[in-house]
Write a protein that binds this ligand. Structure first.
Ligand SMILES: [Cu+2]
Length: 143
């Protein structure tokens, strides 16, 4: 003798199915957005951090010290100073025609950030003029 089986659930109404499809679509969009814009960086921007202690620890540097960006995608770079002391972002070289002084920041105070958009493709080298061990490279690629 078999035990009674549960009766089949009532068929979904048309409205219920619409809601289920909408929920699936929303989940798909959220996953797609997450894959397109990883949480590690702000959409459209690239991030370079200066960790607390970098000004007194020669094993620390701009982080990451080398980045590659693409014009129109993420060629706006945000330098954030998490340190307790001042730093600079002083460009030493870049593509010809680019004014290095106009893209540099000579006073990146503790707890502040500096945003620069690099719109000319090429390789840029920068340093901190206060701490000789701090230097970085930004490679800007055409889109
Ligand atoms: Cu510095």
């Amino acid at each position: 003798m078999s035990t009674p089986t549960a009766s089949a659930p009532p068929a979904r109404s048309g409205r219920g199915r619409t809601i289920a499809v909408a929920a699936v679509l929303i989940i798909v969009f959220i996953v797609a957005a997450y894959l397109l814009y990883p949480s590690s960086s702000t959409p459209g921007k690239s991030v370079v951090n200066i960790a607390n202690g970098t000004g007194s620890n020669q094993s620390l540097n701009f982080n990451p010290s080398t980045i590659t960006v693409v014009i129109g995608m993420n060629n706006t770079v945000v330098f954030t100073n998490h340190d307790v002391t001042e730093h600079t972002v002083t460009f030493m070289s870049g593509p010809s025609g680019v004014s290095l002084t106009s893209i540099s920041d000579s006073n990146l105070a503790a707890g502040t950030n500096y945003t620069v958009t690099l719109s000319t493709a090429g390789t840029y080298h920068y340093k901190c003029t206060i701490h000789a061990w701090m230097s970085g490279t930004i490679i800007v690629e055409s889109s």
